[in-house]
Design a protein around this ligand. Structure first.
Ligand code: HEM
Length: 399
């Protein structure tokens, strides 16, 4: 990740890629909420960073002044530099009306009922991933476990062979984790784009029970869906479902490796798994999204200008003590938990059922085989941040 000058004033010159912020952003948000709830910066373009639940959710719902035409926290490629993806990556990078019908096409693929059909393969996959490390008694829970799961599950939905899982993981990391390196972003986007384009073309003539085939053979108000809209939706499904979910699984395992009480309770009281999953999503929400300010507007005293970037800081909203009792404590039996890890408003995550299932199954299968584990060396944990925060290296020792 490109480094910039150290930050001396977080209220007017924040840097989401600052190393200490990526590792531990929580005290920063607590401080900002007290002294300057919407921080700003001119680094990598002018941007605003709200930190309260009320501001983040209000801003997320104002689609008139805050457009999804650019949702990247870190810009690498100018929007109009991409002549191929004429529809962008809908629905996430679109506003209504494009947003409305593309979202409607994707939602049924992630309904409760359909997600339930992916659970047995997810469970078998998680089991086999851990089994491979039982003899050694240790594993990198981020790279060798969490990272391996979502790419294979999404791959099955899109009809992508398992042998390509590592290639796709590399491409998705290029796009999201290395967003400040234009060459890597281009490599990732072209890799995913050309691969999916070939698969789309194959499915024009061959039948299959996968999302690409469905998009090719469905219609919207009597018209077939444009090829470039299909490609955009396919790329988004790949990108949106991988880094995000593996980061949530990795952060949850980090928490359990460093909080013996919670780990022990989940082993002896497995009925707490559902509230624990919500609480871990709240406390370690991985995703921050951006918006483009569409017209000059003053929001809570902040003079936002057309073209500024707004960062929808869902992770900070989730730690707001005015909404969550003891917000900085993880309480795996928390009953009231209206967290916004999956966003808020019309762009709320379309894959949240799938993400929840993967997180629950990944933790259940892990704890069943490895009920006791701890960090090999706390200084050796490596975090990634920016758009998606989560551990990238998480060596743990079993028992
Ligand atoms: C723990 C894992 C996940 C988290 C934390 C997460 C978070 C989010 C957030 C915060 C948004 C809102 C974006 C915005 O407001 O601009 C979003 C949108 C979206 N997510 Fe997820 N996501 C996760 C997993 C997934 C999975 C597994 C999929 C499945 C492919 C998925 C597909 C989508 C799609 C398609 C959208 C766009 C929805 C729209 O624009 O209407 N996500 N996600």
């Amino acid at each position: 990740m490109a480094r910039t000058e150290p930050v001396s004033d977080w209220t007017s010159d924040f840097d989401v890629l600052d190393e200490s912020y990526v590792r531990d952003p929580f005290p920063r948000w607590d401080e900002l909420r007290r002294v300057c709830p919407i921080a700003r910066t001119d680094r990598r373009g002018r941007a605003w960073l709200p930190t309260t639940y009320a501001d983040v959710t209000a801003l997320a719902k104002d689609v008139e002044h805050f457009s999804s035409s650019n949702t990247s926290v870190i810009d690498s490629v100018e929007e109009d530099e991409n002549p191929i993806l004429t529809y962008g990556l809908p629905p996430i990078t679109s506003d209504p009306p494009l947003h409305t019908w593309t979202r409607r096409l994707l939602l049924p693929w992630f309904s409760h009922a359909r997600v339930a059909t992916y659970e047995p393969m997810t469970r078998a996959l998680c089991g086999s991933l851990i089994d491979a490390h039982l003899e050694a008694g240790r594993a990198d829970a981020a790279a060798e476990y969490a990272q391996q799961i979502p790419v294979r599950v999404i791959g099955a939905i899109l009809g992508i062979p398992e042998e390509l899982a590592d290639t796709f993981t590399g491409w998705v990391r290029d796009v999201l984790e290395f967003a400040d390196d234009p060459q890597r972003v281009e490599r990732g986007m072209l890799g995913i784009g050309y691969y999916l384009w070939d698969r789309i073309n194959e499915r024009r003539t061959v039948d299959g029970d996968d999302l690409l085939t469905y998009l090719l053979h469905t219609d919207v108000e009597g018209e077939p869906v444009d090829d470039m809209a299909i490609l955009g939706m396919a790329i988004l499904t790949m990108i949106a479902g991988i880094d995000t979910t593996w980061s949530a699984i990795g952060s949850s395992l980090w928490h359990l490796a460093t909080h013996d009480n919670d780990r022990q309770r989940l082993v002896t009281e497995p009925e707490l798994m559902d509230t624990a999953v919500e609480e871990l999503l709240r406390a370690y929400a991985p995703v921050t999204m951006a918006r483009a300010v569409t017209a000059d507007i003053e929001f809570n005293g902040c003079p936002m200008k057309k073209g500024d970037k707004l960062l929808l800081n869902f992770p900070a909203a989730n730690r707001d003590p005015s909404v969550f009792d003891h917000a900085d404590e993880v309480r795996i039996d928390r009953q009231e938990n209206r967290h916004v890890a999956f966003g808020s408003g019309i762009h709320r995550c379309a894959g949240s059922n799938l993400a929840r299932m993967e997180l629950r199954v990944a933790l259940e299968e892990w704890l069943q085989r490895v009920p006791v584990f701890h960090l090999a060396d706390s200084a050796d944990v490596l975090w990634a941040g920016g758009q998606v925060r989560g551990p990238r290296k998480l060596d743990v020792v079993f028992a």
